[in-house]
Design a protein around this ligand. Structure first.
Ligand code: NAG
Ligand code: NAG
Ligand code: NAG
Ligand code: NAG
Ligand code: NAG
Ligand code: NAG
Ligand code: ZN
Length: 591
């Protein structure tokens, strides 16, 4: 998330600045918006894009700036997203669960036990009934069943594709769309050779009275256990759902292509409930911070960048290294990698990005938004967006990744012997696609760059043609070829930031998780640069919230050594889930 800055504080502005609200009501609003954004992006190529680069690679490299991106959005949406959403009133649930000390130690020890079961998922896992590495997952299912007997007896429990866990608490009114709460029970592996670097063993679930330590202690077991604790407490107190409540747990979220867990559960639920058949989906993601530019906020993941992996292959004639060509396959691949890194995607900030919306909220409500941001927003409205994008991109790599498509060159393979020329060189690249871009525009950019280099080296170029590498190599041993690796993912559809379900969500956050001294939190849309399992649910509802409900400051080292999670944060998740279940049950608004 955005770091706070030490800049002097301008007064928080109480007026939103969206100068194109007026333009939108003119005769050709879309065209005006289009021109505006076009200008905004055209003048905003990142600094490393230089004429030198263009010349070096032989001619004009077209930046694909997807000029038509604006047509993919509704003008009303873009207008709304350029403002901080209207803040609803806090929505108090029937009961707020204030855990007694005894209850606290019970739910904490349950959470520790969940961390102690080593549900590591590996990219090369085999079938559930064959690969012994799935054994802890069966153990986890049994443990869950024995630990939450009332909830298991009440719900209809289905094990989808053997290891996916689906618990349906049937509501009395089948006409109401179900609420679905997600979390995953697999964890990133903790390799044996890292054990000595952990302060406490990764599957100890060690409790130091402030944090629970271990692999999965942050990602994602506190959320999963909090969901079961909250529903159990409600059932124990006689809660009988009117609206169906579903707990849904995948077992391969951490795998690269994650198709076995939620990849099976979501289509199964789509058959059961139909398109748009769910009220709302809440998954892991961001949470609360008491210092969003100086002010208590809840930052809800309401958008997510897209995803694409590619493999680039350069096939050249092999031969003896005593008679090398000017550029071997590795040399040509080096040109390609350099071209990609030297010609990055443009830096962009537009209303399509929830980051912009969050800055508008900060501008409206935060005490401490750096004046360089707030002045720009205030004075220049939409014209300031490209400048803001540039400022943000210079803050840190993390923030830079929030304002444009990124490309990471992650794997390169080629060559076997020092006295033989390489015949085939492969490189794997990972893209995270900006909200204004698309799979198509990313591919167009890749094609534009790489085809030039292929031509310069007199190699044929095949871009995203799904040719069979093996058969191609049989007929033709010199080429440059780019293929998709796995399934790419478009940027996520934006979660609506107005209407009854937004009010239900944001109002419940305000009631269940007040700021320090009982102040009211501002709830803002926010973005995620990674993807979670909720990507499987876009057919089932547009109301997808990536929101864990705990303080973002209380989660450490997910995916690496010394993962730990604040106990207070965990207790906060329980309260939040407890509240959103009740409020969703009582909700009578538009579905
Ligand atoms: C835009 O926001 C307003 C009020 O906040 C809402 O009434 C309207 O439906 C929204 N438009 C869209 C397209 O969501
Ligand atoms: C829990 O605490 C809150 C705030 O102190 C209070 O308003 C609420 O009534 C308490 N809930 C119960 C069930 O006692
Ligand atoms: C992108 O979309 C356009 C228009 O539909 C199409 O002509 C073009 O081939 C696509 N490009 C890629 C790389 O798929
Ligand atoms: C690719 O071609 C090889 C050899 O012609 C064949 O064995 C293989 O099944 C093909 N793969 C695909 C995905 O078409
Ligand atoms: C909360 O209230 C206490 C006592 O009035 C005060 O000292 C403290 O600074 C307040 N904290 C915040 C974050 O406002
Ligand atoms: C969503 O629906 C489309 C069209 O029916 C289908 O092709 C796609 O596979 C579905 N997505 C998921 C994740 O199930
Ligand atoms: Zn996770």
């Amino acid at each position: 998330m955005l770091e706070k800055s030490n800049e002097s504080l301008p007064l928080p502005s109480s007026q939103p600045y969206h100068s194109y609200r007026n333009k939108a009501s003119t005769k050709y609003p879309k065209i005006l918006l289009g021109i505006l954004f076009l200008l905004a992006t055209v003048i905003n190529f990142s600094p490393s894009f230089s004429l030198n680069n263009i010349k070096q690679y032989g001619g004009y490299v077209s930046f694909v700036d997807d000029e038509n991106w604006i047509d993919r959005f509704e003008q009303d949406d873009l207008e709304n997203w350029s403002k901080c959403p209207k803040q609803p009133k806090p929505l108090y649930p029937n009961t707020i669960w204030n855990l007694t000390d005894k209850e606290k130690s019970k739910v904490i020890s349950t959470y520790q036990k969940a961390v102690q079961i080593p549900t590591e998922s590996f990219d090369d896992n085999g079938e559930a009934d064959e690969d012994p590495r799935w054994k802890p997952f069966f153990q986890f299912q049994n443990w869950l069943k024995n630990t939450f007997p009332l909830a298991h007896a009440t719900a209809n429990i289905e094990y989808i594709n053997t290891l996916g866990i689906l618990a349906t608490f049937e509501g009395s009114d089948p006409s109401l769309k179900p609420l679905l709460l997600m979390s995953h029970y697999d964890v990133v592996p903790a390799p044996k050779d890292t054990f000595d670097r952990w302060t406490y063993p990764p599957f100890s679930g060690y409790n130091d009275e402030t944090y629970i330590w271990g692999r999965g202690a942050a990602d994602d077991k506190p959320l999963l256990i909090a969901q079961w604790e909250a529903i159990t407490n409600l059932l124990e107190n006689g809660f009988k759902p009117r609206r169906t409540i579903i707990l849904s747990h995948g077992h391969d979220e951490e795998e690269v292509f994650a198709r076995r867990g939620q990849g099976q559960i979501a289509p199964f639920l789509e058959k059961r409930y139909g398109k748009n058949g769910l009220l709302m989906v809440i998954d892991e993601g961001s949470g609360t911070t008491d210092d969003f530019y100086g002010t208590p906020f809840a930052i809800a993941g309401m958008g997510e960048k897209g995803y694409m992996d590619i493999v680039i292959s350069v096939a050249t004639a092999g031969g003896h290294s005593s008679v090398p060509p000017a550029h071997s396959g590795i040399g040509i691949m080096s040109q390609i990698v350099t071209a990609l890194e030297d010609n990055p995607f443009p830096t962009k900030l537009t209303p399509a990005s929830p980051l912009l919306t969050s800055l508008q909220c900060a501008s409206e409500y935060s005490s401490n938004l750096p004046s360089k941001y707030s002045k720009l927003l205030k004075k220049e409205g939409p014209k300031s967006y490209p400048k803001l994008a540039n400022l943000i991109s210079k803050e840190s790599l993390k923030e830079k990744a929030m304002v444009g498509t990124t490309a990471a060159v992650d794997v390169i393979q080629g060559g076997l012997k020092v006295n033989a020329l390489p015949e085939l060189v492969n490189t794997l690249i990972n893209f995270r696609i900006d909200f204004t871009e698309s799979i198509n525009s990313t591919q167009t950019h890749v094609n534009a760059l790489i085809s030039k280099i292929a031509k310069k080296n007199t190699l044929n170029y095949y871009g995203f043609q799904n040719e069979n590498i093996t058969s191609l190599a049989d007929n033709e041993d010199k080429y440059v070829k780019v293929d998709l690796l796995g399934l790419p993912l478009e940027p996520a559809p934006r979660t609506p930031q107005s209407g009854g379900i937004w009010e239900l969500f944001a109002g419940t956050v305000k009631a269940a998780i007040p700021g320090p001294n009982g102040t009211e939190r501002i709830v803002t849309p926010y973005m995620s640069t990674g993807n979670t399992d909720c990507k499987m649910y876009y057919n089932l509802t547009k109301n997808v919230y990536r929101f864990m409900g705990s303080p973002t400051e209380g989660s450490f080292n997910a995916h690496t050594v010394d993962e730990k999670f604040s106990i207070d944060g965990y207790l906060q998740i329980i309260k939040w889930i407890h509240a959103i279940i009740q409020n969703s049950d009582a909700y009578t608004g538009e579905e």
